[in-house]
Write a protein that binds this ligand. Structure first.
Ligand code: PYC
Length: 310
């Protein structure tokens, strides 16, 4: 089996686009294809993302034919533990990759994801703005008792994935404290689960986002984002920044069209703004840069005991 890929990173967060050799998932909509991927081909996800071929921070993007023919491509994002409805940094990485492949030019492309259609506007070979799925705050100021840390209050919001957003992080958002921040956010996630706190329709809150001040001029805040598999997002997180924009909009802290500049824990930056869709939902636009890092073939060699991933 030979699987061709191109790797990129968006503000430090890696994306591996699978170009050929992926599993055959049929031709239904992307949500159905993601279900088939999960039920019947999960071994492919594990082999592509986990060691020895990948690592815990890697996000995979399976390039698919779109079901909706108004779209330029379809994509299913996946990580070390499962599947992502949408991925902002991954969409920026995918757009840059499609441009490198000569599949698209500069300008706007439409991408079908399991949670809806998103647009990506390529400003140059590396700079991209995405228009994410409609985003909204589901609940404000939810309190949860976190073992070893006490009561923590946060908002629950959707930005293509479910987030618990904590303002004024009780721990400093310092890149030297990533171990402690990871431990804290893992505890928050367990506490939410333990208390039966979910997103709308029982959606699992698998991303935890802490906010604090940024020291960079012109930047409105810094974040730390825990991803579902326990890795932290090196980028400011496209879906997490979308969830943040939805909360800022609800609180009247950011007007439509105004720019919010979000820094990640390693200092990479996204610019975000939104349009209002209705009383409760916003349409986020996130701008960031991605750079290609490698391309090649993934190989499955006979006799390899770790062929399916560790
Ligand atoms: O950029 O949306 C994002 C994302 C989700 C998980 C990792 N990055």
């Amino acid at each position: 089996m030979k699987v061709q890929f191109i790797d990129s990173h968006t503000g430090g967060e890696p994306t591996r686009v699978i170009i050929t050799g992926g599993p055959n998932l049929g031709t239904e909509g992307l949500a159905q294809r993601m279900e088939i991927f999960q039920k019947e081909q999960d071994g492919f996800r594990r082999a592509v993302i986990n060691e020895p071929r990948g690592w815990e921070a890697m996000v995979g993007a399976l390039l698919c034919e779109p079901h909706d023919k108004t779209c330029d491509a379809g994509v299913i994002f996946f990580n070390n533990v499962g599947y992502l409805g949408m991925c902002g940094h991954g969409t920026i990485g995918l757009a840059v990759t499609l441009y490198e492949m000569g599949r698209v030019g500069l300008g706007t492309l439409r991408l079908e994801t399991p949670v809806g259609i998103v647009e990506a506007e390529l400003h140059s070979a590396n700079r991209v703005s995405i228009r994410n799925v409609p985003s909204y705050r589901y609940k404000k100021s939810v309190q949860v008792d976190v073992e070893g840390f006490g009561k923590v209050t946060g908002d629950i919001a959707w930005g293509g994935n479910w987030f618990f957003l904590v303002e004024d992080s009780p721990l400093p958002l310092d890149s030297k404290k990533i171990k402690e921040l990871t431990e804290f956010t893992l505890h928050i996630r367990s506490a939410l689960e333990g208390a039966g706190i979910y997103g709308e329709n029982g959606g699992v809150i698998d991303h935890i986002e802490l906010f604090g001040p940024s020291l960079l001029e012109g930047v409105h805040g810094r974040n730390f984002v825990l991803c579902p598999g326990g890795a932290y997002d090196r980028s400011p997180c496209g879906t997490g920044t979308s969830a943040k924009l939805a909360c800022l909009a609800e609180d009247g802290k950011l007007k439509p069209g105004e720019t919010w500049v979000q820094e990640s824990i390693i200092g990479s930056v996204f610019e975000g703004s939104y349009e209002r869709i209705d009383d409760s939902k916003v349409l986020p636009r996130i701008t960031g840069s991605a750079h290609l890092s490698s391309r090649g073939d993934l190989l499955w060699q006979e006799g390899d005991p770790f062929c399916g991933g560790i």
